[in-house]
Structures are given as C-alpha cells and as structure tokens.
Design a protein around this ligand. Structure first.
Ligand code: SAM
Length: 225
C-alpha cells in the first residue's frame, strides 16, 4: 500500500516544524520537493541525510505520471514545497488529485501556512474568510478586485513586495480609501511586521518605507464584518 504525505515546512522560523513532520521525513522512502536546494537546507538542519527529488511547478503537468508511478513503487512518499503547505499557492494540487484518482492514500499534516497567522493576527473576523492567493497580474485582476469589494467575509491575499503599493492603490480604487486592511510581512522571521489601518494609511506607510520580504494582505469584509 502506497501513501503520499503532504508535509508543511517552516515559512521562516525553522523551529516551526512538527515532531511528526520530522519523523515522517526521517522514515519516508522518497521525498519530492519544489526546489531540491531549498529542501536540502532544511534536511541538513534536521540531520536527515536523504536526497530530495525535484517536483517543479513549471513541469507539474509533465512530471505527473512519472511521479505517480514512483509513488506507487514506494510505501511512503513525502511532498514538500519551499515553505508552508504544498498546494497552497504552491505545487501539489495536481499530484494530489492524480493520486486520489489512482486510489493512493493521501495524508496532509497540519503545519505552517502564511495565511493562518496573518488572518488571526489581523484582528478581523476569522470565523469565516476567503483565501484568494495571488491575484492575477493583468487579465482577470479587476474582476477579482470587484468581487472582493462585495465580499462580506475577510479576504486574504498573497502579494509580492514590489507590487504591494500598487495593490493597496487598487484596494483604495475598488473598495474605498477607508477600507480597513492589515499587511503581515515576514511572518515568523526576524523583521516580522503587522501594519493595520485604512488602505490609504498603509499605502502611504509603504510608499515611505518600501517593503522587502514576503507579504500577506488581509482585507476587512464589506460592512465591517
Ligand atoms: N505554501 C505557502 C503557504 O502555505 O503559505 C505559500 C507559498 S507562496 C509561493 C509564497 C507567498 O506566501 C509569499 O509571496 C507571501 O505572499 C506568502 N508568504 C510565505 N511566507 C511568508 C511569510 N513568512 N510572511 C508573509 N508572507 C509569507
């Protein structure tokens, strides 16, 4: 019986790996990684001397059937991405779906994902929320922004630092300059920062302090819910 484990890895602080994730990485027959160099650093840190095999985003479709064959040939395979939970704005979904279609057992360990600390620390309701991941850069971006403007639940976005100010400008344009937002930057890392306020205030802050690092934007729902 073959099994695919989805193993979340730290999003910054290397202490954020579970005991079970370490044990499964130690015991597994095969490790598939988004970037083997990134995973090798984590494995070295954990004193696990085992090779990681590439499973890239850009060849996820192409490498699917050979990956499924390898999973079937082993008892236990692990899928990791560079950081956080595979499948969450990272490769994984297609492989997981293909394994389910082949009756391969899937087990996803709970663990780091940037959206969770961001939404919980935002101070906005987190009993119900919408995760939008990365908005499309061009085509379809406006449609998504219009939908978020009407959304009553809290919305979570992933964004790159060089597009943050532009994105906050679009939030002002589509949702009003007083829309409440929270920008979570470098979560679990040395320069972790949370900025809360209106889209206008936070945009002005980041215009004056160009951001570096990794960013999550949390947007309060319509009607302040
Ligand atoms: N799989 C990851 C997860 O579970 O969150 C997401 C991977 S996605 C390629 C990378 C994006 O996640 C970053 O651009 C940023 O938006 C967000 N992210 C990842 N780590 C973060 C961190 N430490 N602080 C803030 N945002 C982070």
């Amino acid at each position: 019986m073959s099994k695919l484990y989805i193993v979340p890895t730290p999003i910054g602080n290397l202490e954020d790996i579970t005991l079970r994730a370490i044990r499964i990485l130690q015991e597994t027959d095969l490790i598939f990684a988004e970037d083997t160099r990134v995973t090798k650093k984590l494995l070295n840190h954990l004193d696990i001397s085992k090779p990681a095999h590439p499973f890239h985003a850009h060849n996820e479709h192409k490498s699917l059937s050979s990956a499924v064959d390898k999973i079937k040939a082993n008892t236990s395979t692990v899928l990791v991405s560079d950081a956080g939970t595979p499948g969450i704005s990272d490769p994984g979904f297609l492989l997981i779906r293909a394994c389910i279609a082949q009756n391969i057992e899937i087990e996803c360990l709970p663990g780091p994902a940037a959206l969770i600390p961001a939404i919980v620390s935002s101070g906005f309701p987190c009993d119900r929320f919408v995760f939008e991941g990365f908005l499309p850069h061009k085509k379809g971006r406006q449609t998504r922004l219009l939908a978020i403007a009407e959304e009553k639940r809290t919305t979570v976005l992933y964004e790159s630092p060089h597009r943050l100010v532009k994105c906050l400008g679009q939030i002002m344009e589509f949702m009003g300059e007083d829309k409440q937002v929270c920008v979570a930057r470098e979560i679990t890392k040395m320069y972790e920062e949370y900025k809360r306020g209106t889209a206008k205030e936070i945009k002005a802050y980041y215009e004056a302090h160009p951001p570096k690092g990794e960013i999550v934007i949390v947007i309060q729902g319509k009607e302040g819910k």
